[in-house]
Design a protein around this ligand. Structure first.
Ligand code: SF4
Length: 487
């Protein structure tokens, strides 16, 4: 097997450095002054967390970066991560009215990054929790974006929150699963520390189902939010899949994020199976880590790929190759991967994609990265909460607007409920669930205090209004979700 580190520390720092460098303070202000501060700003409506975009941009224009960060983080506690990983081109920036004037949109993501970086760099605390506590305890299962957003919102509403996270660090994909050149792990960990600063207890290395049961959670907590992610990558179902050199994309990306970059082993010739955004992260990072050849293998054409156009462009700029209309039929090798047997695909008479047996060829690869999307967590979650119901495709069945599930006092949001979407969607779902948990616990709507809890637990005092979480404009949402999903 020829997987080995291929670049030194200096090259690694260069190749894996920021793909979108930060603004200098003056640059940020100049960009901020381009904003029209629209009255009915479409950029707000296109953000699933409803950040007051013109509001924070105005604050940056006035030189009030900490205030801008507060505006952002109050609406989205993972605003620093989202500034880097959100598909802004199809969300806020894609909705900017300047596009209608044939001008370039405001660089909202970079401005958001500018403000949030400022408060983390200067240790400025912009979020706070009320000193008066509600007396209610809530558990969040999963310390990824949905769980952290739910925990933050609940803590800011005065509840005691404990997050249970299986990994050694919280943050979920923001910590372990994003391309390094988009965001180093520190950004996510800064957000985790900020959330802990609100009094949220984060228990890492704890597996719900093994270390603590669902029954115990419901005995110890007034409500439980399930915000876990997805499972392992789908199997290719091919001979040779267990050979050394065949890895899952998220395992590869996790290694990049947890090891010194110059120690990460990569193949000389890398094949990535799949063409979603994770596949692009894997192929691009393979090239940046020194692979001579890194190619996406995708059974359909470019028009059908789930990856965003800008991700595709980035990968092409990095020298990644794309083999469209190709499907692996076997992974070759004895002691380790030596290649892929690939066939061309075409739509058959039954309307399904088929491999043309005459077209099969062997191509040499010493690393195969699987990036076909991830399994649902239905089986694991049913062991924790036997009465939890699931959709036909294996996502947790829940009320979209409240996160309420089939199990009383259990709420859900994030990837296990939506099947895998953007970080900002998970944040929005965590927030929404927190607001409905708060309402259920206190009987409060928008801060109103009602005496009787619908959850049958003692009511605490109302602790303040929930945080506004608008619904995304349906047309934009439809357009946006066209690009969702991994394959
Ligand atoms: Fe500013 Fe564009 Fe939003 Fe208008 S739509 S407020 S110009 S960022």
């Amino acid at each position: 097997m020829t997987l080995q580190p291929r670049i030194d520390a200096k090259q690694a720092a260069q190749n894996m450095g920021d793909v979108a460098p930060p603004y200098k303070a003056q640059e940020a202000r100049i960009e901020a002054t381009r904003c029209l501060y629209c009255f009915d700003a479409p950029c707000i409506h296109s953000c699933p967390t409803g950040i007051d975009v013109p509001g924070f941009i105005k604050q940056i224009a006035e030189g009030r970066d900490a205030a801008a960060a507060r505006t952002i983080l109050e609406a989205n506690p993972l605003g620093a991560s989202c500034a880097r990983v959100c598909p802004t081109e199809v969300l806020c920036e894609g909705a900017c009215v300047l596009l209608d004037r044939d001008q370039r949109p405001i660089e909202i993501g970079r401005l958001q990054r500018h403000a949030t970086d400022y408060v983390f760099a200067h240790d400025i605390e912009v979020l706070s929790a009320p000193t008066h506590k509600s007396g209610h305890k809530v558990a969040c299962v999963g310390g990824g974006p949905a769980g952290l957003a739910c925990a933050t919102e609940l803590a800011r509403l005065g509840h005691d929150v404990t997050v249970f996270e299986q990994q050694q660090e919280a943050g979920g994909l923001n910590t372990y699963g994003v391309a390094y050149y988009k965001m180093p792990p520190k950004i996510s960990l800064d957000e985790v520390r900020m959330i802990e600063g609100l009094g949220v207890e984060i228990r890492t290395g704890v597996s719900v189902g093994s270390d603590i049961s669902g029954k115990e959670l419901l005995e110890q907590f007034a409500a439980v939010f399930v915000g876990v992610g997805l499972g392992r990558t789908y199997s290719l179902g091919l001979e040779g899949e267990d050979l050394p050199g065949v890895v899952e994309a998220l395992d590869f990306i996790k290694e990049i994020r947890t090891k010194p970059l110059h120690e990460v082993a990569v193949g000389r010739r890398v094949a990535v199976i799949g063409c979603g955004n994770t596949a692009i992260d894997a192929v691009t990072q393979s090239k940046r880590l020194g692979a001579e050849v890194a190619a996406i293998i995708y059974r359909r054409g470019p028009e059908a790929m789930p990856a965003y156009e800008f991700e595709y462009d980035l990968a092409k700029r990095d020298g990644a190759e794309f083999l469209f209309h190709r499907q692996p039929v076997a992974i070759l090798g004895d002691a380790a991967v030596t290649g892929l047997r690939l066939g061309s695909t075409a739509v058959g008479s039954d309307g399904r994609l088929q491999v043309d047996a005459q077209s099969v060829v062997d191509m040499p690869f010493d690393m195969v990265i699987k990036a076909l999307g991830q399994e649902r967590m239905q089986e694991n979650l049913q062991r924790v909460f036997p009465d939890l119901q699931f959709t036909k495709s294996g996502e947790i069945e829940r009320d979209f607007s409240t996160g309420a599930t089939s199990v009383p006092r259990v709420f859900a949001g994030g990837d296990a409920a939506n099947g895998g979407s953007e970080v900002v969607d998970a944040v929005a779902e965590g927030k929404r669930a927190a607001q409905s948990i708060h309402a259920e616990l206190t009987g409060a709507t928008s801060g109103a205090h009602v005496q009787e809890s619908r959850l049958g637990v003692p009511t605490g005092p109302a602790t303040g209004a929930g945080i506004n979480c608008p619904v995304r404009v349906p047309a934009l949402e439809a357009d946006y979700h066209k690009k969702q999903g991994g394959e």
